[in-house]
Design a protein around this ligand. Structure first.
Ligand SMILES: Nc1ncnc2c1ncn2[C@@H]1O[C@H](COP(=O)(O)OP(=O)(O)OP(=O)(O)O)[C@@H](O)[C@H]1O
Ligand SMILES: [Mg+2]
Length: 220
């Protein structure tokens, strides 16, 4: 998936407080790239990631996915992108706490109406790949942070997305677990996935092929 932002700005207006979260951001991310977005707190990193993930819309500028203007996509195409092509791994993992690891991973497959047998195969395939077979029957609160993060990543993988977006994927992990996670992301990238992460940690950013730094809403 080719990601292209052309002069994107995002302005928030709350009463008389105006925040320019992004200012004239022009950026191309090619299919299969591994990009890290860095910058100070409040510089616009999450805003940028949310726009890339079609979870938020820019105030002005054009956003293209595979040369198609996102603002002109029909809601059916947009939900197809959100449910299939681009997937999010949130900082707090955002697992459903009443569901087991297995059920969490299965969720995007159910949303996509994948048949039961195929779902089971897929859940096991990604669980083995990420080394969490032994966790599948557990609820999120019965797992460590690193295990939960891997379940969240397994869910993203099960969705079959081409693009994986992760906001501070190692933020809640200790150093060793964080490095393990980055190695997994690296492997997925070698398999052809586009990976875009936000991080504060330059050691984490080292795993990416390209580092984008943003300051006060601008790419520098
Ligand atoms: N919904 C919103 N309404 C108003 N202002 C917002 C909103 N979301 C973000 N902002 C503002 O936009 C700016 C950029 O926010 P953003 O969340 O993108 O920063 P960030 O770089 O991800 O920061 P952090 O590292 O702390 O997560 C901040 O000044 C923030 O206060
Ligand atoms: Mg953020």
């Amino acid at each position: 998936m080719m990601i292209k932002l052309n002069n994107i700005s995002k302005r928030y207006v709350l009463g008389n407080v105006v925040t320019d979260a992004l200012r004239n951001v022009t950026l191309t991310i090619n299919d299969g790239e591994f990009v890290a977005i860095m910058g100070a707190s409040g510089s616009g990193k999450s805003t940028l990631l949310n726009i890339i993930g079609c979870m938020d819309t820019p105030t002005c500028g054009e956003y293209y996915l595979n040369d198609r203007k996102v603002s002109e996509l029909k809601s059916k195409d947009l939900s197809e992108i959100r449910n299939g092509k681009i997937t999010f791994v949130f900082q707090n993992f955002a697992l459903m706490e009443k569901y087991t690891a297995y059920e969490n991973i299965e969720l995007p497959l159910i949303n996509r109406r994948v048949p039961a047998k195929e779902r089971r195969n897929k859940v096991w395939e990604v669980a083995i790949r990420l080394g969490i077979e032994a966790q599948l029957r557990k609820l999120p609160k019965q797992m460590s942070g690193g295990q939960q993060q891997r379940v969240a990543l397994a869910r993203a993988l099960a969705s079959g997305a081409d693009v994986i977006l992760a906001d501070e994927p190692t933020g809640a992990l200790d150093k060793k677990t964080g490095i393990e996670l980055m190695k997994i992301l690296n492997e997925l990238n070698r398999d052809g996935k586009t990976i875009i992460i936000v991080t504060h940690d330059s050691a984490v950013a080292e795993y990416a092929g390209r580092i984008i730094t943003i300051s006060d809403g601008r790419i520098i």
